[in-house]
Design a protein around this ligand. Structure first.
Ligand SMILES: O=P(O)(O)OC[C@H]1O[C@H](O[C@H]2O[C@H](CO)[C@@H](O)[C@H](O)[C@H]2O)[C@H](O)[C@@H](O)[C@@H]1O
Length: 422
């Protein structure tokens, strides 16, 4: 190579090295990561929810002692781990102790907002002074200061019947064809008969469908409550149980739900039916209205029905774009709100944070209640991180060991239903 060519090549390389700095390289890598992340998100791979910042939560809790601090806590899968049978999920003494301690502070309002019926909540948690309870996914509530239950499902049914009959009163039936006229009449009759005869009217129909599937799905059971009914398939063959649940959903959707104004909630290996016009979010709304001086909220849940609580909090306190975590509001005087999904960090949720298990939530509650030493909050972050890592390892290990069901041939079309949770 001639000296002239060597000089030209050297100048080119020098030029390249000078322009392609380490900073430039880092920017390119970051941009590439961003593109990949957006692509992954678009392809529907779940995003990650960060673990609850326990220290920030503790600071917000202590910084809000001049107002009310609200705890809205789901029960199954949140305060108590999911068990094989509903009756096995009784709260531990540790859970009872921490709830008792939190309730002792008169600046706190603690409410367990559950899908369970009143009797179970009363039996398991009713002994804790000043603990609020809400049963059957928002159908009933007993406020922390009260001793009586309010039946919100019946209240809501009256409102529905009133508006249906008012709407029907305004219809000029002469303008309607015979089919529409008879459908309008049947909606009006159903709306008022669900009040005259109570939930038994629609429950009989839902129970008939659930019983049909129970007889044909070994291991499944029905849990009848006052205003709602649950069909459980946790103890069934997993593939067949999920398949039957999907069939059952289709059946209920086409034959029963709309006629009575009911909602179907696919829960954790269960299907729940309750009136459509009550939900856990409405309970949160009532609590916020009842305690206008609320300065701190910790709301935790693990299931699709808990999303109504998170959504209600975001609708009340969130920024219009819905991007800022509720714990860091733009207005410094706004309440600090922590919405926490209990479950894996990759689970799609509208909560701002996650904790991997009811045990991790227990750690946080004990810290807030002062049962765990405040000086331990570094330790607490460490404990949470360790639980997050252990949960992630568990999930990976489960994925690696894909279940092999010996001899089981899934029925045609049997696959995991999208909206259904473990
Ligand atoms: O709102 P929650 O407090 O989360 O209650 C939701 C339902 O939880 C119960 O069922 C679930 O938990 C059981 C115990 O861990 C488990 O065996 C079952 O498979 C789960 O679906 C409860 O039985 C229902 O009444 C609640 O509505």
């Amino acid at each position: 190579m001639s000296g002239a060519e060597r000089r030209v090549r050297h100048a080119d390389m020098l030029n390249h090295v000078k322009r392609q700095t380490a900073a430039q390289w880092a920017r390119a890598v970051a941009a590439a990561c961003e593109v990949t992340a957006v692509g992954v998100e678009r392809e529907g791979v779940p995003h990650c929810t960060p673990p609850l910042d326990a220290r920030r939560c503790l600071a917000a809790y202590h910084g809000s002692a001049n107002g009310t601090r609200l705890f809205a806590l789901d029960f199954d899968g949140t305060l108590s781990p999911i068990a094989r049978s509903p009756e096995d999920a009784k709260p531990t003494q540790e859970v009872l102790d921490v709830l008792t301690e939190l309730c002792k502070d008169d600046r706190n309002r603690v409410v367990v907002i559950s899908g369970r019926d009143q009797a179970t909540l009363h039996k398991w948690l009713g002994g804790i002074p000043r603990l609020g309870l809400s049963a059957e996914h928002g159908c009933f509530v007993r406020f922390p200061e009260a001793s009586d239950w309010v039946d919100l499902a019946t209240e809501a049914a009256h409102v529905r019947a009133g508006s249906v009959s008012a709407a029907v009163d305004h219809v000029d039936f002469g303008d309607l064809d015979a089919g529409t006229r008879s459908r309008a009449a049947s909606v009006a009759t159903n709306a008022s008969s669900s009040i005259d005869h109570g939930p038994d009217t629609w429950q009989a129909e839902v129970l008939a469908v659930f019983d049909w599937y129970t007889e044909r799905t070994p291991g499944s059971t029905v849990e009848a409550k006052r205003h709602s009914v649950t069909w459980h398939y946790r103890r069934c063959d997993p593939v067949f149980g999920a398949f039957q649940a999907r069939e059952c959903q289709t059946h209920l959707k086409s034959a029963v739900l709309a006629r009575w104004g009911l909602a179907l909630l696919p829960g954790k290996k269960n299907l729940e039916v309750r009136p459509a016009n009550v939900n856990k979010g409405e309970i949160v709304a009532r609590l916020l209205a009842r305690y206008p001086d609320v300065r701190f909220v910790l709301c935790a849940g693990d299931c699709v029905t808990d999303l109504d609580m998170f959504r209600r909090l975001r609708a009340t306190y969130g920024d219009p774009a819905g991007t800022t975590p509720l714990a860091t509001p733009a207005d410094a005087n706004a309440p600090k709100v922590f919405t926490v999904n209990i479950g894996p960090r990759t689970k799609r949720t509208v909560a701002d944070w996650h904790l991997p298990s009811p045990a991790a939530l227990g750690d946080v509650l004990r810290m807030l209640a002062g049962i765990t030493d405040r000086d331990d909050d570094d330790g607490l972050d460490g404990m949470i991180k360790a639980k997050v890592v252990a949960a992630d390892r568990g999930t990976l290990a489960m994925k690696a060991k894909a279940p092999v069901i010996v001899g089981a041939v899934p029925p045609r079309g049997a696959r995991r239903h999208k909206g259904m949770e473990e």
